[in-house]
Design a protein around this ligand. Structure first.
Ligand SMILES: Nc1nc2c(ncn2[C@@H]2O[C@H](COP(=O)(O)OP(=O)(O)OP(=O)(O)O)[C@@H](O)[C@H]2O)c(=O)[nH]1
Ligand SMILES: [Zn+2]
Length: 337
């Protein structure tokens, strides 16, 4: 809203509301500081953020199933699902988060105004799901890979619905071999049939994973199979924290019965379709990396410059023509953003 267009009375009302809100926050913080002083909270212990609803968090202790509804000290901000924290428990099981531990990595998405906001932290691997049907174009897989590379989180390709794959493996079989040759882990899966998820289970064990991928590839079906118990899916939520379910868009961390963790939310599933810059795209093609800086011109954009190390590698066959074409296409799409 344009501030100049507010009447003086409106402005006064807004200021009053903001002042009241600040006063309430101060008061809560003072109350908390007092009870921390008074020893009403237990000692500082490590925990993990399982879900967050504004300034309220669900925190889980390492060897416990129960979730603890916690709030934040006023000086803490921007905590997300997956964060490792230090918290103190009150007698009623609720708690207060007093500090955030360092992050291995963080997944960010632009908010409606285009500012990047953290969505989840400490993710071990991004599982890029694609399927026999709807078939992916190579460009889309590359786009997901580039986005994952930009976060520093290891991407893994998951081909789902292999029950629909022709005996010979078809085009997708070749595509997969290409990515495996680049060094990417590739896993095949199907939600149909008994042992369709064995390879996926192996890949998930001992790690924290997030599923991304285009609509219809079977992300929900996979997650349903991995978290078969509805109660598990909602988490061992306290009655209190269930009130938070109106914020279903928030990311949530699940412990998988077979080992490993899953962080999921609609926002994370769509990850990869966010904006990237030219340098991120170039570095996101992992086979380009050792050649970067070797072009004749320091500001080479690898289009048609003489002495371009990337173009020569394409000519030699060291870089696949399809990957380079995909690179060009992704850069062209940036220009339209
Ligand atoms: N044949 C076959 N169909 C599957 C498999 N996995 C999922 N499907 C079907 O694929 C369709 C889409 O599955 P979803 O799980 O809704 O896909 P999604 O990726 O979650 O889609 P969005 O929610 O739109 O992002 C459904 O009709 C599933 O039944 C599989 O392994 N084989
Ligand atoms: Zn070049």
């Amino acid at each position: 809203m344009n501030k100049r267009k507010l009447s003086r009375q409106q402005r006064w009302r807004i200021e009053k509301i903001q002042a009241e809100r600040a006063a309430r926050a101060d008061k809560q913080d003072a109350r908390e500081a007092a009870s921390l002083e008074a020893g009403e909270y237990g000692p500082e212990t490590p925990g993990r953020v399982i879900a967050h609803f504004g300034r309220t968090l669900d925190v889980q202790a390492p060897d416990e199933a129960a979730l603890h509804r916690c709030h934040l000290r006023a000086n803490l901000d921007g905590l997300v699902t997956g964060d490792r924290v230090f918290w103190r428990q009150a007698r009623d099981g609720s708690g207060v988060v007093v500090a955030r531990d360092t992050r291995d990595n963080v997944l960010e998405r632009p908010d409606p105004s285009g500012r990047l906001k953290p969505v989840a932290a400490n993710i071990g691997q991004i599982l890029i799901v694609f399927a026999v049907e709807p078939a992916p174009h190579a460009n889309l897989i590359d786009r997901y890979l580039v986005a994952a590379e930009a976060t520093g989180i290891t991407p893994v390709l998951v081909l789902n619905k292999i029950d629909l794959l022709p005996e010979s493996g078809g085009e997708l079989g070749k595509l997969l071999a290409r990515y495996a040759a680049l060094g990417y882990a590739v896993v095949e899966a199907t939600t149909q049939g008994e042992h369709g998820l064995d390879a996926l289970h192996d890949r998930l064990t001992g790690r924290t994973s997030a599923f991304v991928g285009q609509s219809g590839v079977g992300k929900s079906s996979l997650i349903d199979r991995l978290l078969p118990d509805e109660a598990l899916r909602i988490g061992a939520l306290s009655a209190d924290s269930r009130k938070g379910t109106h914020t279903t868009t928030t990311a949530r961390l699940y412990r998988l019965p077979a080992g490993g963790e899953l962080i999921d939310s609609p926002g994370i599933r769509e990850f990869g379709l966010t904006h990237l810059d030219e340098q991120q795209v170039t570095e996101g093609f992992i086979e380009f990396r050792e050649l970067l800086g070797r072009c004749r011109f320091r500001d080479c954009r690898h289009r048609n410059e003489p002495g371009c190390a990337l173009l020569s590698a394409v000519e030699r066959g060291d870089i696949l023509g399809e990957r380079f074409a995909s690179y060009r296409r992704i850069l062209d799409s940036l220009a339209d953003d």
